[in-house]
Design a protein around this ligand. Structure first.
Ligand SMILES: Cc1cc2nc3c(=O)[nH]c(=O)nc-3n(C[C@H](O)[C@H](O)[C@H](O)COP(=O)(O)OP(=O)(O)OC[C@H]3O[C@@H](n4cnc5c(N)ncnc54)[C@H](O)[C@@H]3O)c2cc1C
Ligand code: SF4
Length: 595
């Protein structure tokens, strides 16, 4: 094995969190930073060549090659896990920028009480209402601790939105249920499409408080505090699963790389697949990896930052034998504990509008939402659920191939032939659903991550095994969301003159049964290396520093003790900023445990 010259910091993973940490280190200190990224190099200009829908959306050009590495899944410890062989429930990225390149750009903060979930549930419900196997815990920080970091992320990305709670003042048109924010969004919200106006009108008629989704797809030209200028979105709609060809969507390649490339202390090595962290006596000594030619290399480093998304982070710690693997039978150990996957739901309505929607013109994240059912808001006692979530809709983004062919039930017995073609053309760009639902996934003792005893990756290292299933609580959440969504759909039909149809659940992607890996949900996985106040209840401390190995930082949504109701990236990056501050301002000056 070749041994390289030591560096100050090695970052494993060149995705959103890894490159943000590298940018903070490279711009605020003189330490040498090497980022090891297993996938190919990527630049903004790469996206100018083509946006071939088949290649990107159907063949998943930007995703991890799952013939080289995947995860295995089982519902319970009584089952045998099998490998996920097709891109299904998640779409993990690879290459410079990671999933941060092909993400959609929905840019929500979590609600204020997310961070004190255990205390909030305890205060609200008698012990008899809390499921026995719930393993939620308060995060190691509160709204006050994280709010300034959310603001930094929003300013870095140029999030377009409208405040609904500015320093305690509620403002109609924003999310009036959000935690108090110290500043207005840096950029105005997105323009409203016709479908968004229908959503807004219907929501207001029903007494809800709709707002335009905050989005990382710039509604107007913007220059961020780092001096990075990006142009306004052109509403081309090729956002999710694509990199933005003009740089309007906030991505590591347009926000972070241009700064990093100017720094002599920074090196990005692509094609470098890290296999383990080498450590001795409670100190990380560096990492072992294979380069693009398959050579085995050891990179010594004074500090190691693990930034390989939730699944990669947990797997790397398990492969490196750092920390105590979680045992669901005894509840002992923390590594792999509290694995969650953001919940989604909604109804089965299909609206056929009297006019064309022009849905091909849209931006990632553009759409409407209401948070009237977030957290404990308006919980229906009959629904028997502990937490609610956010309803969203009105977003466009139809691509010519993927969005073609939606027809109302009963129009055509099959999805081929001349009758179907005629119906598909007639309904093209005129259909839409009721609101979707995204909700908290509480953590349970039985949902966890460990190493698979049977299956390995291309190097022969065990795959990550996911053991996860929905419980009756999530199934009841879905039923609750279907009721609200269907009520909204009726109202949307009334205000727009659309015709409403109710589709069988199986055709809508609404999954009310078991957790499944076949259909796409979100790439929002959390937990497994969670933050905790003590080594007994967390893998990392509140600064994402490993409890047992102080010169190891494990960043990303792996640190979330449970899944908040909306998308995770703003929270993951806010925690990365906070971790970077602690590393730079305290650890580098006085290496040791941060308390
Ligand atoms: C299709 C899609 C849509 C999304 N939309 C949204 C959204 O609208 N809003 C939102 O908040 N979030 C969204 N997300 C999630 C968002 O992309 C992630 O939260 C974010 O990218 C996480 O950053 P990360 O650094 O943890 O992981 P990533 O950005 O994925 O980076 C991890 C990097 O680590 C590298 N890596 C992994 N293993 C190794 C190894 N062994 N050695 C070296 N390198 C390795 C990977 O190749 C990758 O580049 C979306 C994700 C997807 C896939
Ligand atoms: S919709 Fe806007 S942000 Fe998205 S890829 Fe097109 S121009 Fe870029």
């Amino acid at each position: 094995m070749e041994r390289l010259k030591p560096v100050d910091v090695v970052v494993i993973g060149g995705g959103f969190t890894g490159l943000l940490m590298a940018k903070e280190l490279a711009t605020r200190t003189s330490v040498s930073v090497v980022v090891l990224e297993r996938g190919p190099d990527r630049q903004l200009l790469d996206y100018m060549d083509d946006m071939d829908e088949v290649d990107f959306s159907l063949r998943f050009r930007m995703m991890q090659n799952i013939s080289e590495e995947t995860v295995t899944h089982r519902h319970t410890t009584a089952n045998r896990a099998v490998p996920v062989r097709e891109w299904g429930h998640v779409r993990l990225g690879t290459g410079t920028g990671g999933s941060g390149e092909h993400w959609t750009g929905v840019a929500n903060r979590y609600p204020e009480d997310t961070f004190i979930i255990k205390s909030a549930l305890k205060e609200r419900f008698p012990a008899s209402r809390i499921p026995a196997d719930l393993s939620v815990q308060d995060w190691t920080l509160t709204w006050k601790d994280i709010e300034p970091f959310y603001t930094r992320v929003e300013e870095m990305m140029g999030i377009g939105g409208k405040a609904g709670n500015l320093q305690g003042r509620r403002i109609d048109g924003g999310n009036v249920f959000e935690g108090p924010r110290s500043k207005e969004y840096p950029v105005r919200p997105h323009l409203q499409s016709y479908a968004m106006t229908v959503f807004e009108k219907a929501a207001r008629e029903l007494g809800y408080h709709p707002y335009i989704n905050p989005a990382a797809t710039l509604p107007a030209d913007y220059t961020n505090p780092d001096g990075i200028s990006r142009p306004a979105c052109q509403y081309c709609s090729y956002c999710m699963l694509y990199g933005c060809m003009i740089g309007a969507k906030a991505q590591p390649t347009n926000l972070l790389l241009p700064i990093l490339k100017e720094k002599k202390t920074f090196t990005l090595r692509n094609g470098c697949w890290v296999r383990k962290i080498v450590h001795r006596d409670g100190r990380a000594e560096g990492v072992e990896y294979r380069d693009e030619n398959g050579r085995e290399i050891f990179q010594p480093a004074s500090v190691v930052v693990q930034a390989t998304f939730t699944s990669g982070n947990v797997r790397s710690l398990l492969l490196s034998k750092i920390g105590t693997p979680y045992d669901p039978a005894t509840g002992r150990g923390t590594l792999g504990k509290n694995f969650t996957h953001q919940m989604s739901g909604g109804g089965n309505a299909l609206l056929v509008y009297p006019t064309k929607l022009n849905a091909f013109m849209a931006a990632g994240g553009q759409g409407m939402a209401f948070s009237d059912f977030d957290g404990f808001n308006q919980l229906d006692p009959d629904a028997n659920i502990l937490r609610g979530g956010t309803f969203t809709g009105g977003g466009g983004g139809g691509h010519p191939i993927a969005s073609f062919g939606t027809t109302p039930p009963g129009t055509s017995a099959r999805n081929w032939g001349s009758a179907w073609k005629q119906a598909a053309i007639e309904h093209n760009d005129r259909t839409g659903g009721g609101p979707g639902f995204s909700a908290e996934h509480l953590s349970y003792r039985h949902n966890f991550l460990d190493l698979d005893p049977t299956y390995t990756d291309k190097w022969g290292d065990p795959l990550l095994r996911t053991t996860i299933d929905w419980t009756d609580h999530e199934r009841r959440m879905r039923d609750f969301s279907a009721k609200i969504s269907d009520r909204m759909a009726e109202e949307m039909a009334r205000v727009s003159g659309a015709k409403i149809h109710h589709r069988p659940a199986a055709t809508t992607g609404r999954r009310s049964g078991r957790y499944q890996t076949a259909a796409y949900a979100t790439t929002h996985l959390h937990g497994g290396a969670i933050m905790g106040d003590t080594p007994a209840d967390g893998v990392v401390n509140t600064y994402l520093q490993h409890w047992d190995v102080p010169n190891l930082f494990v960043i990303g949504a792996s640190a979330f003790p449970h899944a908040g109701p909306t998308n995770p990236t703003m929270t993951a990056l806010a925690l990365t900023f906070r971790s970077a501050d602690a590393l730079i301002e305290r650890y580098l000056k006085n290496p040791g445990k941060l308390v």
